[in-house]
Design a protein around this ligand. Structure first.
Ligand code: HEC
Length: 130
């Protein structure tokens, strides 16, 4: 009987420790994942709009602005402050430069092309790091 009680207590303690570890790990990833989802949302909305006729809108400018701001947060979010990763940094710079080339004053097809290049910059990093 005592053996069973000890076993059950041990199992519960193991479970509690595993759960709190999993929780901590998940919270650590919450910031980069959040950034990714915001970029995903803006990119998808912009692509949708770029299929239409009217692309030089304040909403489009806002999406571009937000994408640039969020992309600028990738470095601190993905890399611990004291570490370096030349390739990762290169991917981040590539995305920043494509995002900078997205001119929301241009015609829809031109913007659609810029958005495709931004999408490729996302994919390039995902291929190696996701
Ligand atoms: C420099 C590298 C890099 C770039 C550039 C990048 N990502 Fe990511 N992305 C990652 C990594 C790493 C993960 C995995 C994060 C994790 O699971 O903790 C990820 C995950 C994601 C996810 C899944 C998030 C989740 O909850 O699992 C989405 C969506 C995403 N990225 C969208 C994008 C979009 C859209 C862009 C471009 C605008 C982009 N990413 C650019 C590195 C990058």
């Amino acid at each position: 009987m005592r053996f069973v009680v000890v076993l059950v207590i041990g199992l519960f303690m193991g479970l509690a420790i595993a759960m709190s570890l999993a929780n901590a790990l998940q919270r650590r990833q919450a910031w980069p994942r959040g950034l990714m989802h915001v970029m995903q949302h803006d990119l998808a909305a912009a692509r949708e709009a770029a299929r239409g006729q009217q692309c030089s809108t304040p909403q489009m400018a806002q999406r571009a602005e937000r994408l640039r701001l969020v992309a600028a947060e990738l470095q601190p979010a993905l890399l611990p402050a004291d570490s370096q990763d030349r390739v990762l940094t290169q991917y981040i710079e590539q995305l920043a430069s494509e995002a900078a080339n997205w001119d929301t004053a241009s015609a829809c097809p031109v913007q659609a092309e810029a958005l495709t290049r931004i999408g490729h910059a996302c994919d390039a990093c995902h291929r190696d790091y996701r």
